[in-house]
Structures are given as C-alpha cells and as structure tokens.
Design a protein around this ligand. Structure first.
Ligand SMILES: *Cc1c(COP(=O)(O)O)cnc(C)c1O
Length: 233
C-alpha cells in the first residue's frame, strides 16, 4: 500500500506532465483533495505533504472534521481551504455559507440566493461554481445546459457570492476519447459564458479516473479522491 504522501506526489507529477503534454500553461491546473469518507489521519498526512485545498461532500462529516482539527490541530485548521463539492440541500446552506471558502455544486437560484444571504459579514464573499449537468441525465445533479447562462447572470447580482466558474461530474466512460468529448461539452459552455463577458477563472473538472482528459480539455481544478487517499471506507 502506498502512502498518501507518495500518492499526492505522484498525482502532482502527472498534473505537470499533462499540462505539458496538452499545451497548458505550467501551474494552470490546481489540485483539490476530495476527502469525503476518509479519516482525519489521511487529511493530516496530505496536509503534512503540502496539500491545503480539501473538498468535502457531506456537511455533518465535514463539520466534525473541522471541529476536530480546530480542537487538536489549530494551526492546520486555520490554513486549510475547504471546498463543498457535494449535493446541495436548502436546509444546509447556512452552515455551508459559514464554514466553507468555496461551493462547487450550486445548481439553482434559490440555493445561490440563500448562500449569499447567509454568508457571514466578517468573511469574504463565498466563491462558487455552477454545477452543470453535461450528460443531461435525469438522475444527476447540476443545471441543464440551457439554464446555465441565466443562473450565471443571477449569481452575478448576488453581493456575497463570487462566481468563479463551472463544475461537472461527467458520466463514467472507460474510454479516453469519450471522456474528452464529455469534458469538452463543459469547456464549450465555459467559453460561451466568457464570450458574454462573464469573467470566470475556474473550470472544476476531472476526478481520479478522468483527470487526464479533463486537463486536455481545459480544466483548471481537478478534484482527486481515491487516487490520493485510497478507496473510501
Ligand atoms: C468523490 C468526488 C470526487 C473524487 O472522486 P475520485 O474518483 O475518488 O477521485 C470528485 N468530485 C466530486 C464531486 C466527488 O463527489
């Protein structure tokens, strides 16, 4: 079994390799460690290896990790940047607005408005991505392609949010070229918004099984879980 530190070093190396291979600028792709269902020890191991951005999916689990860290490792707690990447529920928005720096999974104007209203005044505006349903699967979360522009415009009017970009979880494809095709769908929407003078700097795309395709298609932030931490409990 390889260590979290080894896995992290390996992923970082691959990101650099793919940046070069696909003509991306060096340093264009950031790494978010997706730590859902992983124990605190593994988060600490990644932290000690230099990782600062962590993504969590389940609010209660994330809050528990944050309070355990604040109690036992205050230096670590204060320098981690937490990203919420899980499905959004209306009754959870307040705690998310209070405890996270980023939310990647904004998928309705109601959620966006609540996050803006509930973002505490002493914190900077909450960074958000709109989650897009690129595969148009009824079961998947995210807004349909046709609604992305209007939701983006709505988010721009909300004072306590900073719209940073788009996020998607493509349908699983073992085939690299199919992965690229799906990733390209999100890139096209991202470009279309930028063509409308909407300033976006984040394309949150790519997980353990498809981050090469995502980087090839313009991802600026990959969310990697199992390839860093091992299989989830
Ligand atoms: C779990 C998760 C990831 C990471 O998935 P891996 O396949 O373990 O890399 C990335 N993004 C989201 C939204 C997730 O829920």
């Amino acid at each position: 079994m390889t260590s979290v530190a080894d896995n992290l070093a390996n992923i970082k190396k691959l990101i650099t390799v793919y940046e070069q291979q696909y003509g991306r600028e060096s340093g264009a792709v950031q790494l978010l460690a997706a730590s859902k269902s992983q124990p605190l020890e593994k988060i600490l191991a990644a932290y000690q290896a230099g990782q600062r951005r962590f993504g969590e999916n389940y609010l209660q689990e994330a809050l528990k990790k944050m309070s355990d860290l604040a109690a036992n490792h205050p230096g670590v707690a204060s320098s981690i940047e937490w990203h919420f990447i899980g499905p959004m529920q209306r009754n959870k928005t307040r705690k998310i607005a209070e405890h996270f720096a980023w939310v990647h999974s904004v998928d309705s104007d109601i959620i966006a408005k609540r996050l803006s209203e509930q973002r505490p005044a002493h914190l900077p505006p909450l960074n958000i991505c709109i989650e897009v349903n690129i595969s148009n699967q009824a079961t998947k979360s995210g807004v349909p392609l046709a609604h992305v522009l209007s939701l983006a415009k709505e988010c721009l009017t909300l004072p306590r949010l900073t719209l940073r970009g788009l996020m998607a979880i493509p349908a699983f494809h073992p085939d690299f070229n199919q992965q690229r095709q799906e990733c390209h769908q999100l890139f096209l929407v991202w470009q279309a918004l930028r063509d409308q003078e909407i300033a976006l700097d984040t394309l949150s795309l790519g997980m353990s099984s498809d981050f090469e395709a995502a980087i090839a298609e313009g991802s600026t932030l990959v969310r990697i879980g199992s390839a860093i931490f091992g299989q989830r409990a």
